[in-house]
Design a protein around this ligand. Structure first.
Ligand code: DX5
Ligand code: ZN
Length: 220
């Protein structure tokens, strides 16, 4: 099972004054994806980065840009993020009036589609789209900030989601995001997760040894 695990470090915990070299270091350290958190100060109470920054990072690595949009309404920005170099575009169903339409906008740009569930969002809001998307991102903290405490209650929902995906024989990955550390990553994998997002653990544990931290998350 372990070799299917992908690690997607969140650059929200990186040093923003040297974002380019941080992304290069993550690639060297063995990251599978680069998780980019986009926040608008409206859908979530924090502001981060937009397409211009992603465009500047794009030439520095071939790694998959795993772009997590926490912005509302989301439709008007899909094209900008696609053009900037996003590979996966994940949005929250609550951030659009018409989930199907937003999925189609992303597909039209030939990008992978992710749907994200906040800790209190129910599986129902993604279930009917499972055959049209590539991944479900389970938030294990309230979206908005790095460094928060993992909410173990989302694991139950994760298990049920995994069962639904398997029962339908679909090729949908499950990603988890928020408060992931060296202990709870094992619980997440057991629940059916195969992509781990991590900011604080990867950038801060073991004095910021990115390679070591990515390896531990992968194998634990
Ligand atoms: C929170 C973001 C997460 C966050 C993860 O809204 O979506 O990606 O940066 O950071 P940690 O691992 O520190 O919880
Ligand atoms: Zn995220």
């Amino acid at each position: 099972m372990n070799n299917l695990i992908k690690i997607s470090p969140s650059i929200l915990s990186a040093d923003f004054s040297k974002l380019g070299s941080e992304v290069i270091s993550l690639e060297k350290a063995g990251a599978d994806y680069i998780h980019i958190d986009v926040m608008d100060g409206h859908f979530v109470p924090n502001l981060t980065i937009g397409p211009e920054v992603i465009k500047k990072l794009r030439p520095l690595t071939k790694k998959t840009f795993d772009v997590h949009l926490m912005i509302s309404p989301v439709d008007n920005f899909i094209k900008d993020f696609a053009n900037a170099g996003a590979d996966i575009i994940t949005f929250h169903p609550e951030a659009t009036k018409n989930t199907s339409k937003t999925i189609d906008l992303i597909k039209k740009e030939k990008k992978q589609v992710g749907l994200s569930l906040k800790p209190n969002s129910k599986i129902d809001i993604v279930e009917k789209y499972l055959d049209q998307i590539d991944l479900v991102l389970i938030m294990s903290v309230e979206p908005g900030f790095g460094g928060q405490k993992f909410m173990p209650e989302v694991l139950e929902k994760t298990k049920v989601l995994k069962e639904i995906i398997d029962a339908k024989n679909l090729n949908v990955e499950i990603e988890i995001d928020g408060g992931i550390n060296f202990e709870n990553c094992a619980l997440a994998k057991k629940a059916g997760v195969n992509i781990l997002v991590s900011g604080s653990t990867i950038f801060k544990e073991n004095k910021g040894d990115l390679k070591k931290n990515i390896e531990i998350l992968r194998k634990n």
